[in-house]
Design a protein around this ligand. Structure first.
Ligand SMILES: Nc1nc2c(c(=O)[nH]1)N[C@H]1C(S)=C(S)[C@@H](COP(=O)(O)OP(=O)(O)OC[C@H]3O[C@@H](n4cnc5c(=O)[nH]c(N)nc54)[C@H](O)[C@@H]3O)O[C@H]1N2
Ligand SMILES: Nc1nc2c(c(=O)[nH]1)N[C@H]1C(S)=C(S)[C@@H](COP(=O)(O)OP(=O)(O)OC[C@H]3O[C@@H](n4cnc5c(=O)[nH]c(N)nc54)[C@H](O)[C@@H]3O)O[C@H]1N2
Ligand SMILES: [Mo]
Length: 762
């Protein structure tokens, strides 16, 4: 593939988006099949996109999909097949040298496969054989130690599958339910319950219609949630300001041309998205928010002196919050010089933020991985929450906090019990409804699962979707440790590297995808998911499954459960797998306040919102108030302790990938085409390090823990990023991240600030 690197001048959306979509549809030969499906994408009674979790509107656009949603659907609906004949031709060792892109380009998996160590190949098996073998291994391990099996879930599986999967793990005897969320928004799930009493965002889609200001941190809208550009564009058309904090210039936050608006496409019109763009240092959001708070207090002092309306919402602070005095003192005590040093932003810039914030009646605070994937990510979210509470921007229309979730049902998985934390599980309900004793021992999160595998303490890994080995840190150490496990089972749609690091006994189980018609006993079944704004939607598959041998995910979970667990009439696995409405009834019985009338509300346009106390200014925190928490650290990444030569690496997604799924090698908005092996670096650093555009370099981990980690053959690309930090792509650079480098308390790998050393090659 030719490499072409040149700054991209176009907007997000626009003709580039149409072309990007067409390229992938053509590549996977899915043009004719995908068209009719896209028409139904994200519409009531339609099919819910498998890409991001952004909200689906009540009144959808004619095409309620984006460039990347279309790519995700096309990727699922490719006519290519990865069949037993393919596996007969290639050994697993050989396939390990293939790229992520090449593996998934082989097409959809068609039959259940068993790894045969003697020939180093996957060989076909029947489903009955696979379930029986998995069940017998799991039973044997359970007799030794039920805590040594991991039940991983990636955030795509439906509410129905996820609920059954959680029950499977617990009936087996553990809470080892790490989720992709443990690498993603778990920092949110730990931060927000302490401050506002709920683990999820409070904003609904309609809040974008009435808000007066949107402030964003660390999210890449144009690539990772492009449908959110529509409400942002509409807000801008109402004259609403958008303030963005992001170390990189991300095109989606700069300007947008709606590919669905003929006038914009033909007339070349585009909307400026951010009215203020602040290139904060990675990890500098804590200091930046301190600066905005300090400037806000100065405005408050001035307003009081002049006898004007106050800037702070004193009534809200007094009635609804706790901890303001200490917060205020800390903010007043923090020097501007410190704030500027740690945020990389000037006092005047932060005063401009405070000025628009002080004038906005209602403000939405939106954020993504730029906050959650830092060592002190919780403190960064706390500071955003503090800013929000200062002006009472929660529990009223047009205001609130909006963590933008990743996978399409990752938030919902947590809601229905995929968690390693037993205190978040309605254990009494499980006892009462399903007649088994739920385990009370805390389970392993992703990082603990990795550490357990490295220590040889984990005997089996079951993966419900995802690509664990590529998504986690320390790729090489983890791949090497993998084969020590007695059993590995992967439920998947497409081949990936996690399938090529087999345990002693290993199975690869192919499943029906969400865009496909899932018939059980002749009846099409609907599934459901929860979006980023707590709205729950039903989804119908649209096309015939990729192979007649595929089973649905609920059916596979039921198969494993029945082969492993003693019969329990209260856990009717097969009956559930025959009729998903009965699973929804079980979900409603387990969570009656969250899922009241689940089946009857499944097709409500725009989804039905789960109730959320914080939306009504009811605070389910220990203090019964919303809490100001004052960070004790000035930056989210603790880089002050770094040695002189250390650079901080920010790992990000390109516009041509969905996590570890690489659709192609073009990152259009960043002007990087034909390669993913790049390091984006500021002109200042390039000069300081005597490098030049196009130089090849090696990155090494700066961690001194006795393990060497390096990635070679990376090409220097000049980019607008604060000096001292560099950026590159996940998952290629995950080999540089020590598994111990994670957010405190939430254990999310800290992929947004990885200490590395650079050396020039050749
Ligand atoms: N097309 C597509 N869509 C996706 C995905 C995908 O891979 N492809 N992945 C899905 C998933 S699972 C998730 S979690 C989401 C992820 O969506 P995002 O949250 O947008 O994740 P990233 O691509 O990691 O980008 C993080 C952004 O944070 C910025 N950033 C990095 N460090 C900092 C910092 O310290 N402070 C600030 N203020 N900004 C910072 C980066 O420059 C980047 O713009 O997207 C989901 N949607
Ligand atoms: N350095 C660094 N590391 C990161 C991140 C980062 O920003 N930087 N981001 C983290 C984040 S936010 C996340 S969410 C994780 C993602 O981690 P995962 O969720 O584990 O990874 P994905 O790449 O989304 O998984 C892709 C695979 O899922 C399977 N699949 C696709 N559709 C289906 C389906 O319908 N059913 C089943 N059973 N399988 C399916 C396919 O086989 C495909 O190969 O990565 C994390 N890792
Ligand atoms: Mo994610």
């Amino acid at each position: 593939m030719p490499t072409h690197i040149e700054p991209y001048e176009g907007p997000a959306g626009g003709w580039g988006s149409a072309k990007g979509m067409k390229d992938v549809l053509t590549r996977v030969k899915a043009v004719s099949k995908v068209g009719p499906v896209l028409w139904k994408q994200n519409k009531p009674e339609g099919f819910m996109c498998v890409s991001c979790a952004w909200a689906k509107p009540k009144h959808p656009h004619a095409f309620e999909f984006c460039e990347n949603g279309a790519k995700a659907t096309a990727w699922e609906l490719t006519p290519d097949r990865c069949t037993p004949a393919f596996f007969a031709e290639h050994t697993v060792s050989e396939l390990r040298n293939w790229s992520d892109f090449e593996l998934e380009m082989t097409g959809r998996l068609t039959e259940p496969m068993r790894y045969d160590r003697a020939s180093d190949k996957y060989v076909p098996v029947s489903w009955d054989e696979a379930f029986a073998a998995i069940g017998s291994e799991l039973k044997a391990i359970r007799a030794r130690d039920p805590q040594s099996v991991i039940f991983y879930a990636s955030g795509r599986a439906s509410l129905e599958t996820s609920f059954m999967y959680g029950l499977l793990a617990r009936a087996y005897g553990n809470n080892n339910l790490p989720d992709s969320s443990n690498m993603c928004h778990e920092t949110t799930s730990v931060a927000l319950p302490r401050t506002i009493g709920v683990p999820v965002g409070t904003v609904l889609l309609e809040d974008f219609d009435t808000t007066d200001l949107i402030i964003t941190f660390g999210q890449n809208v144009g690539t990772n949630s492009p449908r959110l550009l529509h409400p942002l564009q509409e807000a801008r058309k109402r004259g609403i300001g958008i303030v963005t904090f992001n170390p990189l210039r991300e095109r989606g936050w700069e300007r947008f041309r709606n590919p669905q608006a003929v006038s914009e496409m033909i007339g070349g019109l585009e909307t400026q998205i951010s009215t203020q763009y602040h290139q904060v240092h990675p990890g500098g959001d804590i200091a930046a928010c301190f600066g905005v708070a300090k400037a806000l207090l100065a405005l408050e002092d001035a307003a009081q002196a002049a006898g004007h309306e106050p800037v702070l919402d004193h009534a809200f602070i007094a009635e609804h919050t706790h901890g303001f005095e200490h917060f205020e003192q800390s903010v007043r005590a923090m020097e501007w010089s410190e704030i500027e040093k740690h945020s990389g932003l000037k006092q005047a810039a932060l005063e401009r933020v405070a000025s628009v914030y002080s004038q906005a009646k209602s403000t939405i605070f939106l954020y993504g991985m730029g906050l959650t994937q830092h060592v002190h990510g919780i403190e960064a979210i706390d500071m955003v929450t503090n800013l929000m509470l200062m002006r009472g921007n929660i529990g009223r229309p047009g205001a609130g906090i909006c963590p933008v979730r990743g996978h399409s049902n990752v938030q919902g998985q947590r809601t229905v019990g995929i968690t390693e934390k037993p205190e978040l599980v309605p254990n009494d309900k499980l006892r009462e409804l399903f007649h088994f004793e739920p385990p009370m021992q805390k389970g392993m999160n992703t990082v603990e699962a990795c550490e357990g595998i490295l220590a040889g303490e984990v005997e089996a890994f079951i993966g419900l979707g995802g690509n664990f080995v590529r998504a986690i840190p320390d790729t090489e150490r983890m791949s090497a440790a993998w084969s020590s496990m007695a059993l590995t089972v992967q439920v998947a749609t497409k081949l990936n590297h996690s399938h090529l690091v087999a345990g002693k006994v290993a199975y690869l189980l192919p499943c029906i995808a969400r865009s496909e018609i899932d018939r059980q006993e002749g009846q099409a079944q609907a599934v459901s998911m929860e979006d980023s704004t707590t709205c729950v939607h039903g989804s119908w598959g649209q096309v015939e499954p990729a192979s007649e041998h595929l089973l649905s995910e609920p059916r596979i979970v039921a198969g494993i459960a029945e082969a492993t667990l003693e019969p329990n009439p209260k856990l009717p696995w097969s009956a559930w797998a025959r009729d998903y409405a009965s699973v929804r009834d079980a979900i409603e019985a387990t969570y009656p306040d969250q899922f009241e009338g689940f089946n009857s509300r499944l097709w409500k346009a725009g989804g039905f919102p789960r109730p959320l106390a914080a939306r009504h200014r009811v605070w389910t925190t220990p203090s019964r108030k919303a809490n100001f928490f004052t960070p004790e650290v000035p930056t989210a990444d603790g880089r002050e302790k770094d040695g002189q030569d250390v650079l901080r690496l920010v790992t990000v997604r390109s516009n041509d990938q969905f996590n570890t799924t690489v659709y192609g090698y073009d990152d259009r908005f960043r002007g990087i085409e034909g390669t993913r092996m790049v390091v984006m670096m500021s002109g200042e650093d390039i000069a300081r390090l005597s490098l030049k555009d196009g130089d090849l370099i090696t990155l090494r981990s700066a961690a001194e823990d006795g393990h060497s980690r390096e990635v070679r053959g990376l090409r220097i690309v000049p980019y607008s990023i604060p000096s001292g930090s560099i950026a590159g792509y996940f998952p290629e650079l995950n080999a540089l991240i020590p598994v111990t480098h994670h957010a405190e308390d939430s254990f999310v790998p800290a992929g947004k600030s990885v200490p590395v050393l650079l050396s020039k090659e050749g």
